[in-house]
Design a protein around this ligand. Structure first.
Ligand SMILES: Nc1nc2c(ncn2[C@@H]2O[C@H](COP(=O)(O)OP(=O)(O)O)[C@@H](O)[C@H]2O)c(=O)[nH]1
Ligand SMILES: [Mg+2]
Length: 268
């Protein structure tokens, strides 16, 4: 499971397309999940992605799903996690998750991934500093895309500089790969960097550890949803409104009420 994150327009979709192409050439089946809450895949964005992805649609070895429903039950991260689990269970060799690197949801989504790739582009100036705070720590691999533009070396130097300040606790030094996604330059190198990190995870037995940590969080979330569902099933919305009124009027103690509902002892 490979998560790719970066600013809008950084070239994530183009990179995903190139990577899918490469993995298909090696006969790996590929799942693609595109999460872009900032542009809900209407108009230009979806059109661009669709046209680019068109040849993949005819290939049964590729499954493409785009997610844009923020505010759905459980949120974007939860829904994406569910789709990822299904894809994983279906035996896809490689799952690519594209997400815009902005909010907590997106950070959660990339945390789902076994490998997180952070995509930077030249001409960001001080933005590298800003990104450092959130996304920087989660990068297993850095990609400097649009290396056909001036300033790619500078971005690389800046990332190196920041890396020297903060060593990872697992000892992995995230490599920096320069790419031109639109021409495919550097994609082989990126695939090699991914394979090297995979080897590292295997060698250090970290893949399973990471997955266990992930599931520990997700099980709690799933449990919370199921239990809430069960509690709510005990009463209709009308009852809820009446109970709320009783609590507001100090006729009922909310703590006892909630305990009763949680224990399944509540009957109207
Ligand atoms: N010059 C140049 N353009 C690129 C490169 N990678 C992507 N692009 C272009 O940048 C634009 C945004 O790419 P896209 O993949 O949609 O970015 P996303 O928003 O991160 O998914 C598109 O017009 C791409 O063709 C690159 O390496 N060099
Ligand atoms: Mg995109």
């Amino acid at each position: 499971m490979i998560g790719l994150t970066g600013a809008p327009g950084a070239g994530k979709s183009t990179l995903v397309d190139q990577m899918a192409r490469l993995y298909r050439k090696h006969n790996s089946s590929v799942g693609i999940i595109a999460v872009d809450p900032t542009s809900p895949y209407t108009g230009g964005a979806i059109l661009g992605d669709r046209i680019r992805m068109q040849e993949h649609f005819a290939d049964p070895g590729i499954y493409i799903r785009s997610m844009a429903t923020r505010g759905s039950l459980g949120g974007l991260a939860r829904t994406t996690a569910d789709v990822t689990t299904v894809l994983d269970a279906s035996g896809r060799d490689v799952i690519l998750i594209e997400t815009v690197g902005v909010g907590q949801d997106e950070v959660d989504i990339v945390r789902l991934a076994d490998i997180t790739i952070v995509i930077l582009v030249p001409g960001m100036g001080d933005d590298v500093q800003t990104i450092k705070a959130g996304i920087m720590e989660i990068a297993d691999i850095f990609v400097v895309n649009k290396s056909d533009y001036a300033g790619a070396d500078r971005v690389e130097r800046e990332v190196r500089g920041l890396q020297s300040l903060a060593l990872r606790h697992d000892g992995w030094a995230p490599p920096i790969v320069k790419t031109v996604a639109s021409s495919g330059a550097g994609i082989d190198e990126l695939a090699k960097a991914i394979a090297a990190y995979e080897d590292y995870l295997q060698r250090e037995n970290l893949a399973l550890k990471k997955s266990v940590e992930n599931w520990q969080e997700r099980l709690v979330e799933m449990l919370r949803d199921v239990m809430l569902e069960k509690a709510r099933a005990q009463m209709s919305d009308g009852n809820l409104a009446r109970l709320a009124a009783e609590v507001a009027e100090h006729k009922r103690d909310p703590y006892t009420l909630v305990e009763e509902i949680a224990e399944g002892n509540f009957r109207l």
